[in-house]
Structure formats: C-alpha cells, structure tokens
Write a protein that binds this ligand. Sequence first.
Ligand code: PEP
Ligand code: MG
Length: 580
Amino acid sequence: MKIIKGIKISPGIAIGPIYYFERYKFPIPKTYIKSEERDNELMRLKRATSKAAGELSQLRELVLDHLDEGHARMIDAQLMALTDEEVMKEVKKVVQEERKNVMWAYFDVMTQYEKALDKTLYIYHKERYIDIRDVKKRVIHHLSAEKQYTAPDLTEPSIFVSKRISPSDIIHIHHVNAIGIITEIGGFDSHSGILARAFRIPYLSNVLEIDKIIGTEEVILDADEEKIIFNANKNVMKEYEKRARQFLISKKKSLRGQVVHESRDGLPFHIFMNAGFLSEVEAIEPSSIQGIGLFRTEYQCIESNSIPDEDDQFETYSKVIKNMNGLQVTFRTFDFGRDKFIDMLDLEMFHQDQFFDDWGGISFCLENPSLLTSQLRAFLRSSVHGPIQIMLPMVSSVDEVLKFKEILRNVQIELREEGIAFSEKIYLGAMIETKDVMQILDDLAHEVDFFSIGTNDLSLYLIGSERKSSLIKNHYHPVMFQAISKIVESAKRYQIPVNVCGEMGADPYALIGLAAIGIRAVSVSYSAVQQVAEVVGNISIREVELIADELLSADDTLEIYTMLKKFYDDNVKPGNAEVA
Ligand code: PEP
Ligand code: MG
C-alpha cells in the first residue's frame, strides 16, 4: 500500500480509475503509410489546419473586441505560422518520400523549427517559438481527434489527474463522470477550487508525485485527510468503500428547510449563496438561504466559450430569479479577470502575459460599452421577475461608478422609450477587492447602496498572495482583518450594508474573525451554507466581539489562526473544522 500527500481544495472521498489529462500532449503514432494513402493523409492535414485557422480567427475577433490590436497581432503571428509555406512543403515531402503518417511528419517538422528558434538569442525569434508550439499543439490535436479543442473526455467514472485544472475543464468534467480531482498546481481560492467545492467534487492539489499514480488501476482519493492511497489492502479498501458511499449519500442530500440565520445570542446574521450557473440554482432549496449574494455572470461565457447575447442572458437571468421565489439575486457584471478570460482564450502565450494582472472587472466593461449595455438591458428586463441588485467587480475609482451609473440611466431611458417594463428599485453595489479602492471607501460609500468584499482578490492585492499558486491560506492574515474592519467602519458611517462574498466567509475559523469585526452577512457556495449556519448559530456575537481588539492588533497569521481555532473549539465543536 502506498500513500502520497496533497492539500485539500474540496473535501470528500472517491475511489476509481485515473483519467490522466495532459492538455497539450498527444501520443504521436510512429507508423508508416502506404503510397496510396499519401493524398488522404495530406487532406487530413489540410482539414486540421483549416479548423485551427477557424478557431484562431474567432479568437482574433474576440481579442480585437475585448482587448486591443496589439494582442490581436499575437494571433496573426500564429495564423502565419499555421500557413507557413516552408513548413507545409517540408511536411508534404516527409509524407511523400519517407511515408511517415501526417501527424508524425507534422510533429517532426514543427519540432525542428521549435528547437531552432529556442536556441536563437533574438527576442523576436524566441517569441515565435511560443507561437510555433501553440500552433503545433492545435494542429496535432485536430489530427488526433476531431473534437472540441478543450474538453477532456471521461468515458467512465474516474478521478481526473493533471498538472493543473482550468475552470472550463471543471465545468466540462463535472457533467461527465468526474468523481475526484488531483493536480500538481492549484490554489484554494482559485476559480477551479471554488467550482470544485460548488460541484462537491473531492479535490486535492499540490500533489508533487503525480507520476507515481499514472498507470495505477485504481486509487483512493481521501481529500478529507489530504492523501491518495494506491495498492490499498483489502481492509483499507473496504473501509474506504463505506466512506465513499457515505460521501455520495451526503452529496445527494441537498440542504432542506430553513437554516438558522442568527447567532446564539439572537442577533441576525445573513447567509446568501454564490452561484454562477442556472443548474446550480435549480438544484437548491431557496428557503435555506436569504438570496443569491453573488451571481458570477461570466461563468456562462466560460461554459460556452462565447459571450451570450442579450436574449440568452435575459433568459438565464429570468430563470435564476424565478427559481429564487422572491428572494433577492445579486448579479455581478461580467468579470473577465485573469484565469477566467485567459481560460476562454486557451492560449499558452496569454498564460505568461503579465498584462492580464490588472485586467478585468468593471473597467473592462466600461471600455466595451456595447457589451455592458446588452448585459444591463438583460438585467433590467429580467427584474420584473423578482428583486435584483447589480454589483460591480474590481472597482478602483469613484469615476468608474459614475460612468457606470450614466450608462445605466441611458439603458433605463432606452427601455422606457421601447415600452419595456423593468423594476425601478434596483440597488447598486461595489465589490471591495482592489488596493486602490481601499483609499476611497468613504467617497465610494456615498455613491453605492452596498459593499461586498471580495476576499479572494483582496488578499491577492493586499498580501501579494497568488490565487493560482499553492499558497493556500490567506484567510488568517492580519492585514486582511485590518482592511475588512476599515471597510466595515466606512459602511457604518454611510449606513450601507456590507457583506463578504469571497471564500474567507466560508472558512469556519475566519468566519468567527469576520463576525468579531462587525460582518453580519456572507455569501458562500451552497455546499458551505450548512456549516456557516452551524458556526453562526453556536457563537454569541457579543462574546466574539470581545476578541476584536486582540485580532486587530495581532501581527502574525499563526497567532490569529490559533485564536480563532480556540474560539471555534470552545464554542462550535472541538477538532479540525471542515473547510467548505
Ligand atoms: C473575490 O474576489 O473574492 C470574489 C468573490 O470574486 P471572484 O472570486 O469571482 O473573483
Ligand atoms: Mg474577485
């Protein structure tokens, strides 16, 4: 029996075969063809390159619409590499004279170019090396399988194993047989982590010995105890089969009925839900929460690799609202930051592009008014079905909010002129999740109806953590509590509500700290609602407030962790808390 360790991103147990996914690696069959097959092979290459060209042209349009000409030119370079006459001539020669199959021939020719460019000292050529590699992978993919470029294909219930997993991979595999996830790289607050917890797929990352499990017939993934067991003996297997069954039962058992939304000493504490898909909303029991505190509208785009038009958006938003039976839904305008949009583009070169670091959020929507206008029209049109709020991501200046309000006013005028009904009472909120916004809290509070704290990004900006990295816990950092306390004070001064919608709110220990410094509402994944309610119901807010000063003067993460864990053990239950 062997055990390797990892770090828990999403809890649960799974037993099953491994599905190893290497996005950009395909086995190259080293087979020779018959002379009569040569034309057919070359036709296959033609089809593959034209498919790849179609994809790249689509991407080009997307990039041009939402980025700039400079980035579109990066795609032009790939289109050129794709149709390079020298390459085509050489591949043809290898197929015709050496009779290698076309995939092998193309792979060899492109690899030779790649190697030559990698050795060069010229920056221009170095950059072309990445283009050649991207193009090679794209064409080889189409030669090897005539299906969508991105989707992993699990044919039986399996544990997905890969170096990293993107949000769109999770969206695809959760519909098809994924019972667990193991990766080498992946952070707790990453969107992939958030999605795995939302879909309740056990997930362990930071597994440094992935090679050891590839080729194993069956493994036990115990995300709860952060280990992977293979070649398990009979007794261990029996024990785990029982636990895996229990996990599946608990997974199916959705939360039913009301959970308590007040503290032990009877003070109100509101629990909302984060969602990004209609299917998630359809699967829940609305009465167990007080509404949707964050609906990540951009997830629809990742799911379909495109931006839905106004009518499609209207349809989804309306269904989400109707499902909530009169409870409030907070829609966030598209937030195409970092991993989400990069993932949509699926280009390796953009993964290395620092440009994306400050990119996304409301500023992106303001730069693309037609995109924003159609989303606002869809929001407003759907508002006749129930109460909605609109929330702006990544706000960094008051000016952005003012510009947004102007666009919103114009959309309202337009709809009135068209005789289209909408609710006049829509509250507007700002997400507090950038460094700049921390300097303008009071001015901003003046302009919006509520604050929502995005701790996932805020920690990135304030303590330099990496959402995608293996640095898992940002939730107990002193700077986070100090910043959140400042936000709460500002909201109090202007008498606007404030909540936390980042993952910190779902962390049972951090939640206690948040309650101590004045947070009275969180929005978390549905899978975390029960536990949040349990923590809230077991603590006295008046008592927890007594640790606020100590918490805010602590200067060490471990000190805060220890303090919060002790409070949890004394008030909620002893032992390690389940995260999410
Ligand atoms: C956050 O940053 O905490 C947040 C809720 O937004 P997202 O995770 O979608 O970036
Ligand atoms: Mg965010």
